[in-house]
Design a binder for this molecule. Structure first.
Ligand code: NAD
Length: 418
């Protein structure tokens, strides 16, 4: 057990970290939380809103021996280098998604974590979304048998989300918004791969959708990434012989539900989700020519949502599209493992935020690895980086590098239990 409590600086006071400052503050393993932003007006706003102190700069925090952790909530292309700098300075690191935008940076993070044994945890919401929790549990029980095929998606139409990019991109926001969808692949890859811990992608072929009507964002000379694709889809060959199809869409006529597993098929059983309802199919042991199809929605949707689905389906699907359930947990999520201090604190992304900060804190406190340790999240992140290359080459089949499992002598925390 690591005895010293966390003294953490949250770097970046933009649109997202506001969900997390209260969670760091309330966690019993945390002694002190500071906030820091290059834009001091944002930092001031956070200080007042959350009753915390400001901190001069990221660089000063790295030099300060009284600080033992940083939480990186800066723009996504900055994460890799900032995490590397923080680990080199001896700090434990929580990072928002993604890990990094280059494979070299991801490898360097893994090398440093292995060398220093510091805690690194990436806040991937996908691993605690109800479909991932359900498929993980049933896969472990053997309900699906041998995995055959799965599909996951992350739809985030940026035509309607320009505020997210304007926050740091200002008038130039389109240059940042044109980031390849597969540079941010972890919400969808993580849902399939975290359902089968230890399984990883070995090969990928991908295609991109070009010629979007949003031509002022996507196109070779339109953004900082020379990215022509508004939407990308990849087909992955997995290490257990299965196949996964992953889509990351930034310009489609669909808003919510945004991140989900639509299909998860094994030889003996299968899961499907459509708009509001979740189903599990298994072979009928009495008559193996037929299957048993069961609605499992009550376990996977928050109670308020599943009640409405039963009483007024048309109203429920509109409410889901408008974001119903976003802040709530579902019965399948293991809330009993969370600190009691989290009760009543604002959640988000379908009740996943509390688990992510708790994972970082309990990994630090126990000296074990977070479920979203660097070896796990490299497997969610790297396929996307290779898939974008494949898409640029018209779908050519490419090998996906794998960083392997965590070191044998380093136990990984369970998603479900303390
Ligand atoms: N579902 C999810 O997991 C999810 C959802 C939203 C955002 N995110 C991630 O969270 C991160 C933050 O997103 P956001 O919407 O808040 O971005 P944002 O652009 O609103 O905020 C980023 C902030 O970081 C600050 N910053 C940049 N460099 C800094 C430095 N060196 N020192 C101090 N401050 C610095 C910027 O000034 C800005 O205020 C992104 O990387 C994004 O990928 C994840």
């Amino acid at each position: 057990m690591n005895k010293e409590k966390l003294r953490i600086v949250v770097i970046g006071c933009g649109r997202f970290s506001k969900f997390f400052v209260p969670l760091f503050k309330a966690h019993p393993v945390v002694e002190k939380v500071y906030v820091c932003d290059l834009k001091k007006d944002r930092e001031q706003e956070y200080m007042q809103k959350f009753g915390v102190e400001g901190y001069e700069s990221f660089e000063k925090a790295l030099e300060d021996k009284s600080i033992n952790a940083v939480a990186i909530f800066t723009q996504r292309f900055k994460h890799g280098q900032m995490v590397i700098d923080a680990l080199k300075a001896g700090k434990n690191v929580y990072s928002a998604v993604p890990c990094a935008v280059s494979i070299d940076e991801i490898k360097e993070i893994a090398r440093l974590v292995k060398e220093t044994r510091l805690t690194y945890s990436m806040g991937e919401t996908g691993v605690y979304r109800a479909p991932a929790m359900f498929c993980r549990r049933e896969y472990k029980k053997g309900t699906f048998g041998k995995f055959v095929y799965g599909e996951a998606h992350y739809n985030h139409d940026i035509r309607n989300m320009e505020d997210s990019f304007k926050s740091s991109g200002g008038d130039n926001w389109k240059k940042f918004a044109g980031v390849p969808p597969f540079f941010y692949p972890t919400h969808s890859t993580a849902m399939i791969l975290s359902s089968m811990p230890g399984v990883y992608a070995t090969k990928v072929s991908a295609m991109g959708f070009e010629g979007s009507s949003r031509t002022d964002i996507f196109g070779e000379d339109k953004n900082n990434y020379k990215n022509p694709f508004s939407n990308e889809t990849m087909l992955l060959k997995l290490s257990n012989g299965g196949i996964a199809r992953i889509s990351e869409n930034r310009c489609v006529g669909w808003h919510a539900p945004e991140t989900y597993i639509s299909q998860f098929y094994g030889e003996d059983g299968a899961y499907e989700f459509s708009v509001a309802n979740h189903h599990l199919s298994t072979w009928n042991p009495e008559n193996p020519k037929m299957n048993v199809l069961k609605r499992v929605t009550d376990e996977l949707q928050p109670k308020s949502v599943s009640d409405l689905i039963k009483s007024d389906y048309d109203k429920a699907i509109q409410e889901i599209a408008d974001g119903m359930g976003f802040y709530e947990t579902s019965p399948i999520q293991p809330t009993e493992r969370l600190p009691k201090e989290y009760e009543g604190i604002w959640n988000g992304h379908n009740g996943t935020h509390h688990f992510l900060i708790d994972d970082f804190c309990r990994a630090y406190a126990t000296g074990k690895l977070s479920p979203t340790n660097i070896w796990a999240v490299a497997r969610y992140n790297i396929p996307g980086l290779i898939a974008h290359e494949s898409a640029l080459k018209g779908g050519v089949l490419m090998d996906v590098p794998d960083l392997g499992n965590p070191p044998d002598d380093w136990e990984v925390l369970d998603y479900d239990k303390n």
